[in-house]
Design a protein around this ligand. Structure first.
Ligand SMILES: [Zn+2]
Length: 81
């Protein structure tokens, strides 16, 4: 059933980056050598490699949308707008 799907507006070409949530930066972890405590993971922020820091990625119908028999696009998950 398509009844509860939300159509994608025609002018939507980009969506907020699913990796960083639109921030353009995400937290990564890197190992830090610490001979006294045995080392640990340090959190740090860097440019999101999914969107290259833009905070948006191009809409990919195969990934993000459901297409009906007329070629209309619907959000696969909850609408993001
Ligand atoms: Zn991103």
């Amino acid at each position: 059933m398509m009844s509860n799907l939300v159509p994608v507006d025609n002018d939507v070409t980009h969506i907020p980056c699913p990796q960083c949530g639109g921030e353009g930066r995400v937290e990564y972890e890197r190992p830090v050598v610490d001979y006294e405590r045995g080392g640990y993971l340090e959190g740090y922020y860097d440019e999101c490699d999914e969107c290259g820091g833009f905070g948006e990625v191009e809409l990919d119908p195969d990934r993000d949308c459901v297409v009906d028999e007329y070629g209309n696009l619907y959000w696969k998950d909850e609408p993001r707008f």
